[in-house]
Design a protein around this ligand. Structure first.
Ligand code: HEM
Length: 350
């Protein structure tokens, strides 16, 4: 080996070690100065590594699961669960900025179509997976509504169907992390210091699957929203739209749309697994994206109304309840509903 090679090798390993020592020093100094700040008790959490932080502990495919694990260990606890307390404590937050009008419109479109379409996918999948629950919804619809068009005001007379829609939203958990917020000032919350500019996530999973709130947090159980007489009951832990000042802006629109789409579809169609697949085999594992969707699957729909009672195409059915044209377009393009001839059974890739 030449002297030059030896020199290069030695100097590169020296500089590598040097860099590591400098990084270690920076880490120790920053940790030390951080800890000595008067009486500041940071929120509890797993110890971060230098530079990498908690990246290695995070399941990047399902970050909300890791956060939920942390919360079970008492790490993130109240900040994420009790949003109302958070608001009352004086923590004010702002969203990351929407940059201009066009961007805002685009965001509204995404917020309004993705979430509704994802929830509808879950609703139909759950109906195919739990045919007895589908029977009960259809029995209630045919008893209370018959073949006339469903109206928003009908909801109060459809407690079981209403409970099924709520339970779908709870279990589907389509926006598990809500949206990121930033604290607008330094605050001390439940004895813990949160610095101005800290990113805070409303971890909705922790409330929607809270074992102290729900009898069967991980199952599809519409009775969560029914009393012993079969009347609909509201539940405080039902927060798929988040809570507080930055609650979903489209909540009432979304509730109305989900109700009308779901009831209209169930009034006219029976949903079932594709041939050769049993209801038990339908998989409820979510696919992670901007929102939580079911994994790709196939479902079949067959009309269960008398031929004289239905129009030729489903799109004629959807049109009268079209509250926002955008949602209807998304439904049409995502489910191919516009071309469904009601006379035949048809299977779809969802
Ligand atoms: C099933 C349907 C929907 C669900 C589950 C849902 C859920 C959510 C959630 C969890 C947030 C975050 C709240 C937070 O930051 O704490 C949010 C925000 C928002 N949603 Fe929805 N959403 C739905 C439908 C809609 C619709 C239909 C629209 C409008 C057409 C809409 C517009 C918005 C807007 C504008 C925000 C931001 C609010 C703000 O910045 O203060 N959403 N939504």
């Amino acid at each position: 080996m030449g002297i030059l090679d030896l020199f290069l090798q030695t100097s590169s390993s020296v500089s590598l070690w040097g860099a590591l020592v400098v990084l270690l020093l920076i880490y120790l100094v920053s940790t030390f100065s951080f800890n000595t700040q008067e009486n500041r008790k940071d929120p509890p959490g797993p110890k971060p590594l230098p530079l990498l932080g908690n990246l290695l502990q995070l399941d990047l495919g399902r970050p909300y699961n890791t956060l939920l694990e942390f919360s079970k260990k008492g790490f993130v606890d109240a900040f994420l669960v009790h949003k109302k307390n958070l608001e009352e404590s004086g923590i004010t937050t702002s969203h990351f900025h929407n940059e201009n009008l066009l961007k805002s419109v685009e965001n509204l479109f995404v917020a309004g179509t993705e979430t509704i379409a994802a929830t509808m996918r879950w609703a139909l999948l759950l109906m195919a997976k739990y045919p007895k629950i589908q029977d009960q919804v259809q029995e209630e619809l045919s008893r209370v509504i018959g073949s006339r068009q469903v109206q928003v005001e009908d909801r109060k007379n459809l407690p079981f169907t209403n409970a099924v829609i709520h339970e779908t939203q709870r279990l589907a958990n389509v926006a598990p992390l809500g949206l990121p917020h930033k604290t607008t000032q330094d605050v001390t919350f439940q004895g813990h210091f949160i610095k101005k500019g800290t990113t805070v996530y409303p971890l909705l999973t922790s409330v929607l699957y809270d074992e102290s709130e729900w009898e069967r947090p991980h199952s599809f159980y519409p009775a969560h929203f029914l009393d012993k007489d079969g009347k609909f009951v509201k539940r405080d832990a039902f927060m798929p739209f988040s809570a507080g000042r930055r609650v979903c802006l489209g909540e009432s629109l979304a509730r109305m749309e989900l109700f009308l789409f779901f009831t209209t579809l169930l009034q006219h169609f029976r949903f079932s697994p594709p041939p050769g697949v049993s209801a038990d085999e339908l998989d409820l594992t979510p696919r992670v994206g901007f929102t939580l969707n079911p994994s790709p699957h196939k479902l079949c729909a067959v009309s269960h109304m008398q031929p004289s009672n239905h129009p030729n195409h489903l799109i004629q059915l959807i049109k009268p309840v079209r509250v926002t044209a955008l949602i209807a377009i998304a439904l049409e393009s995502q489910f191919g509903l516009g071309t469904h001839s009601l006379a035949e059974e048809k299977c779809y890739h969802m």
